[in-house]
Structure formats: C-alpha cells, structure tokens
Design a protein around this ligand. Sequence first.
Ligand code: GAP
Length: 514
Amino acid sequence: MANQDDTFKKVISHAKEYGYVFQSSEIYDGLSAVYDYAQNGAELKKNIRDYWWRAMVQMNENIVGIDAAIFMHPTTWKASGHVDAFNDPLIDNKDSKKRYRADVLVEDFREKISEKIEKDITKAKKRFGDAFDEKQFRETNPNVIRRQNQINEITERLTKVQEEGDLEGFKQLILDLGIICPLSGSKNWTDVKQFNLMFGTKLGASAETAMDLYLRPETAQGIFVNFLNVQKTSRLKIPFGIAQTGKAFRNEIVARQFIFRMREFEQMEMQFFIKPGTQGEWYEHWKAHRMKWHLSLGMGEDNYRFHDHEKLAHYADAAADIEFKFPFGFKELEGIHSRTDFDLKAHEEYSGKKLQYFDHEDNASYTPYVLETSIGLDRMFLAVFSNSLQEEELENGTTRTVLKLPSVLAPVKAAVLPLIKRDGLPEVARKIVEELKWDFNIIYDEKDAVGRRYRRQDANGTPFCITVDHDTLEDNTVTIRHRDTMAQERVNIDNLRAIIKKEVDVRNWLMKMK
Ligand code: GAP
C-alpha cells in the first residue's frame, strides 16, 4: 500500500500532468505557496464555486450574493481585530534555520499519537472480526487509554498557552514534548514570536500621499461593511444571509502541502444575520446544512468529521471545523463560526455609523448576531481532486489511473472519439460535438488507439466517452462508455444529451441535500 507521502506526490504530479494546477511563475523557479489553475483546473474550480453558489444563493430565498472589492479602507482591519490579533506564533530551529508555526508543530505531534490509536484499532478490528466493539476497546485497551490521556493533556496545555498568549509556555510545551525539527533532527529552538499574516500594500500615486492598505485576509469583512446597504436595498428581514466568493491573502509561514495552505487563495463565505439569542440553534442548523452539501457530492461519509475549536477566535462564541481526510490526514476544510455581534459592533464603533436592524415584530432596533460558514475553494478543490484520484487493478492484470470526479464538477463532461480518422467518422463525431457543446463542455479526440484515448479521458476525469464507429453511419447509434464502471452501451445519438444531462445536472446532485 502506498504511504501518505507517495499518494500526495501522485496527486501533485497528476494535477500538473493533466493541466489542473501549475506552480506559479514556474519558468522563474516558481513562487512558494502560490499556484496557477490550468485549463482543467480553472473549470473544476469554477464548477465547485458554482455548486456552492447555487446551493447557497439560488436555493435560499433569504440569501443574496455580493462581490466586494479586495481593497478595503484600512480601518476595516483595525475594527475587525486583524491588525492587532491576526498573528501566528512562530518558532525557528537554530540548526536548520527553518521556521515553523508553533501550534502546527504541537498539533502534528498530537496527530501522530492519534494515528497510532487508529492503527491499534485497525489491527484489533482485523483480529476480532465481527465481534469487535470499538467503544469498549477504546475504553479498556491500556495503550489506547495512555495515548488518549497524552492527547488530552497536550490539547489542554495547547489551549491554555493559546488563550493566554503565553509565548514562553508555548516554547516550554514544545520542549516538554521533545518535538524535533524534521530537517535537522534537533531540539535547538528559538523563543516563540508573534507574526502578523496580512500583506501590506500602497494605494496612491506618490510615496508621500500614498495610503497604506492591506490585501484582505478574509472576504467576510466585505460583507459586514455592506450589511446595511444590502439589507436596505434587498428589503430582507432577519434572519438573512449575504454570500460571496473571492480572493484572500495571507503571508502564511508554514506554506506547504500544495494548494492546502496558500498565500493567495479563494474563499466562499456566507454571513447569516440573526436575532441575538438564536445563535445556538442557527449554529447547529448551519453545521448540519453544510455537512449535507459536502455529502451530496458522494465523496464518502467516513472522510468527514467535525472538530470543535478548543481555542476560539477573538470574534467567536462557538466554532467548529468540518475536517476532510486529505492524503496527509484529517485537516480543516471549512469553518462554521458563531461570530456574535463582534464585527458589526466594531465597525459601528470605528466608523461612527449605526449598523443596526429595526425589527418590526419586536418594534426595536438591535445589532444582529452573525453565523458564518467559510470554506476555502482551493482546499475544496484539493479534497475533491485527491479523493477522486484512484488506481484500479483491472481483471486483465493491468492498472488504470482514473480521476473519479463527481460528474457535476468534472471539467469536461464528454469526449467524442471517432474510432478511426477516416470513412466519414470524424465528420459525424464533429457534428455530435457541435450539437452537445451548447449544453456541456465537450472535447473531440482522434489521436491514438481508442483504448488509449479511454485511458487518457479516465485520467482526465471525463465522465463519458462517446465513440463513433462504422455502425453509426448505418443506424445513428454510438457507444457511450461510463468512466467509473467502464460499462459501455449502445445508444441513439439523439439520446446523448438526455443521458449526459441526467448524470451531470446540478439539480440532481443538489437534490441529495434534501
Ligand atoms: N472568515 C473566517 C475565516 O477566514 P478561517 O478559518 O481563517 O476563517 C476559512 O478560513 C477557510 O478558508 C478555511 O477553512 C480554509 O478552507 C480556507 N483557508 C484559510 N487559510 C487558507 C490558506 N492559507 N490557503 C488556502 N485556504 C485557506
């Protein structure tokens, strides 16, 4: 079985080889943690964004979408707390000179212990078969108990040093756990320091008059500052939501793991404005609803889990992550945050403008509370892409590489292939492309033997291959091949549109959320 590193390396090289993701400015040796989406990647990304937008905006009459600017007045970031509190605790290894996020070092260490528990459980499952009781095993096995206690203790100490901003305590925790630098193998650490993640830039023609700005580190603030404008012009009543997708920028220190943690990335966020006191029920509602959205894509229930935050951000009174099983383990994919009235109150204070809602039922004004759902589009891309990439052993002893993307998200929905390049077959194939391209992204491919073309489309994630052969000229039928099962059926050309539509239609996928 391939290990996690090998699997992940395959994901990265497949993304490049099949035109999904390229290193940015590669001809200049690239830019760390910055990536470009290639011809297929841009389509996949757009389809994920559309799937989110349709579920969020189109399917909810009380949610509207906006597109705010990346540049915002600098006071925005003072009010939001990002100038003072958007920091990562950093630590350097004196021997390798490598810089790490102190919290990530501790979390990775804890995750390794957790993986050991999972291994013990897998072994025991094999040994005991159907008689295995996982709950009982967790509660009674001495190794599991010891490891779980260790995890709990680390979590408790980590939360404490984070909450208290205790940088000395942070270093002590790293020393006590005996964490070593993966590069130098040494425990020769500097003190822990705080580092602000926002990128600064300037707006204006001359150095003297230019205004210092930040590239936005989250899209959410563009929603908060527009709250009243949107509410008044849309006449929406609380509870209602404002959604937006767009770029965000963070000077991430631990920028590794491909597009998992980038310096320029895209978020899909929704702020749901609610009556104070109702945040508990809306928090549960959005946790469940967002999980349904993920599950509708059919990527396996076991690949998701909730993780409640031990340390709450400065704006939150409750928060959880939806974690996904990436090739390098379970990691955050989406955040659900109960943000209270922190942001609106702060913007009221800093701008001097009232950002309140008049509730006609209560005949009173109040500052709404906010429930936020926030997912990284690039991270979702990685979840979809890595989960879909599979190697299958075939009956004839060969293996095939197949990208089993949910067909609603696949960049190309069908490839049309003339069996050979003569006898009028290319002309018929071209006609089919011309007909289908009004509804779907279709490609035409006539190069190589048809078996190789099938493999190429499998690896590309194309759900259907349509082959035109000599019988087509006689009876207007073609072979349609399904990517996931490799099953082939003979169908009339006139039915192709309906067959593809049934499989890729957003409506049919979103229905699974019901
Ligand atoms: N408005 C709330 C907010 O920004 P966050 O947990 O910092 O919360 C939300 O970010 C989501 O954005 C994360 O769950 C993740 O999917 C994505 N994200 C955050 N930083 C990222 C980065 N450096 N690269 C890629 N995605 C990132």
